[in-house]
Design a protein. Structure first.
Length: 239
């Protein structure tokens, strides 16, 4: 919401996550060859992803549709509080090898001390095919992006005093709600530029409505889980 259409292939690590009926339900981020980071609440019994997707309404010939071989939900994910809302999707190697999907550029992972750093990027970007207006029936057909600032934890907890905002979450957006993620953007990345490289700092998790005044988007804190992400990829990766 409050953003613009992205340029085609500007975000090569962005993927569409589909359920067993081939419906786009979430976004995700390629973080290593054959591995997609998404939200745990996007998990289904059967999942597919589309790499190099841009316009959902048109098959342009570049897209790579891959079956998810394995879904690894964060071991401390709590569906009641939505804490640790993170999952890794291992893509089927045969599909990737046939279509050249193993050569796509992944997003960078943040340093584990990112949230504790005094000097953090002031402006970041969220991307996805989610709703452009909260009253829309469906999400956008074309990949969109919006610039959002990261909000301090004190402000975040004050805005969501009825919720349990843990250190594994953070807020991003504006107090007036001008730019926000919405339904359908879940699992996609919040990206910040660090040392000239786009880094996936957050995973779109939840919020109270979309673009509401005084309510920010809430994101799973990737920096807290870098060790887990790298460990899973190392022990379950492609040989």
């Amino acid at each position: 919401m409050g953003g613009q259409e992205s340029e085609k292939f500007h975000w090569p690590w962005q993927v569409a996550v589909l359920n067993g009926f081939q419906e786009v339900i979430c976004g995700g981020t390629l973080v290593a060859p054959g591995w997609v980071l998404t939200a745990a609440h996007c998990s289904r019994q059967k999942l597919f992803v589309i790499l190099k997707e841009y316009d959902l309404s048109v098959y342009e010939g570049d897209e790579i549709r891959v079956r998810v071989e394995r879904i690894i939900i964060h071991p401390r994910y709590n569906p009641n509080t939505i804490d640790n809302d993170m999952a890794l999707l291992k893509l089927r190697a045969l599909d990737l090898e046939l279509d050249g999907g193993l050569n796509l550029q992944p997003a960078c992972l943040p340093p584990s001390d990112f949230q504790r750093r005094k000097r953090k990027p002031k402006m970041c970007v969220v991307i996805g095919w989610g709703k452009v207006q909260s009253q829309d029936s469906y999400g956008s057909q074309i990949l969109r992006e919006a610039r959002v600032p990261i909000v301090g934890q004190r402000t975040c907890r004050s805005a969501y005093w009825r919720y349990q905002i843990t250190n594994n979450m953070f807020c991003a957006g504006y107090r007036d709600g001008r730019s926000d993620t919405c339904s359908g953007d879940s699992g996609g990345p919040l990206l910040c530029k660090m040392r000239g490289r786009w880094t996936v700092v957050g995973v779109t998790s939840f919020g109270y409505g979309c673009g509401r005044r005084g309510k920010y988007g809430i994101y799973a804190n990737v920096a807290n889980h870098v060790r887990w992400i790298k460990s899973v990829i190392k022990t379950s990766g492609y040989q």
